[in-house]
Design a protein around this ligand. Structure first.
Ligand SMILES: CC(C)(COP(=O)(O)OP(=O)(O)OC[C@H]1O[C@@H](n2cnc3c(N)ncnc32)[C@H](O)[C@@H]1OP(=O)(O)O)[C@@H](O)C(=O)NCCC(=O)NCCS
Length: 153
């Protein structure tokens, strides 16, 4: 894997985060949504993956951790850096953090058609638990969950 640093997302990362967001999702979050998460959501936990050589942000991931559950809200990797283990590294950081903060279960929504993400989540032990109809305006979401063992992720 590329030498990477996984660290907490800051406001200074948002320009690069927004570029990846727009190249990754048909209905991208606004910059204001990320700002709100970083500034005002005490339950939010957002990471970026930065290249060790120059700090370029090549991916990010976020979750809300509350009431013993973690909800993964986003995960994206720059199109030029996919299939290099960065999504896995970010997911790993989210899972470890959720576990260390006492979460017993992690859940997320994923597009039915998003084979790449579904395969990644299945590799991490997520299982399909349900469907949210028209969650994405144009498509249903699958709800995937994973329980933590008492030993951790
Ligand atoms: C989903 C996403 C985050 C994966 O990031 P990534 O850095 O490429 O993932 P990794 O390199 O860690 O891949 C880990 C495993 O996931 C699976 N996987 C990842 N991309 C895949 C693809 N395009 N097709 C099939 N399997 C894939 C593979 O099993 C892969 O392991 P392998 O490369 O050894 O075969 C990335 O494709 C992305 O940003 N997509 C657009 C945004 C998005 O859909 N986010 C998820 C929202 S729910």
């Amino acid at each position: 894997m590329l030498p990477l640093e996984i660290r907490k997302m800051t406001m200074e990362d948002l320009e690069q985060v927004m570029e990846i967001e727009h190249s990754s999702f048909p209905y991208p979050w606004s910059r204001a949504s990320f700002e709100k998460e970083l500034r005002h959501n005490g339950y939010a936990c957002y990471f970026v993956a930065g290249l060790s050589k120059n700090g370029q942000v090549v991916g990010y991931a976020g979750s809300w951790i509350l009431f013993g559950e973690a909800h993964i809200t986003t995960l994206a990797v720059h199109p030029s850096y996919r299939r290099a283990g960065i999504g896995s590294a970010l997911l790993n950081s989210l899972m470890e953090t959720a576990c260390s903060l006492g979460a017993c279960q992690v859940f997320l929504e994923v597009r039915d058609s998003n084979g790449a993400a579904r395969t990644l989540y299945e590799k991490f032990g997520f299982k399909i638990k349900g469907v949210r109809k028209k969650y994405y305006l144009d498509e249903d979401a699958l709800v995937m969950t994973r329980d933590f063992s008492p030993a951790g992720p």
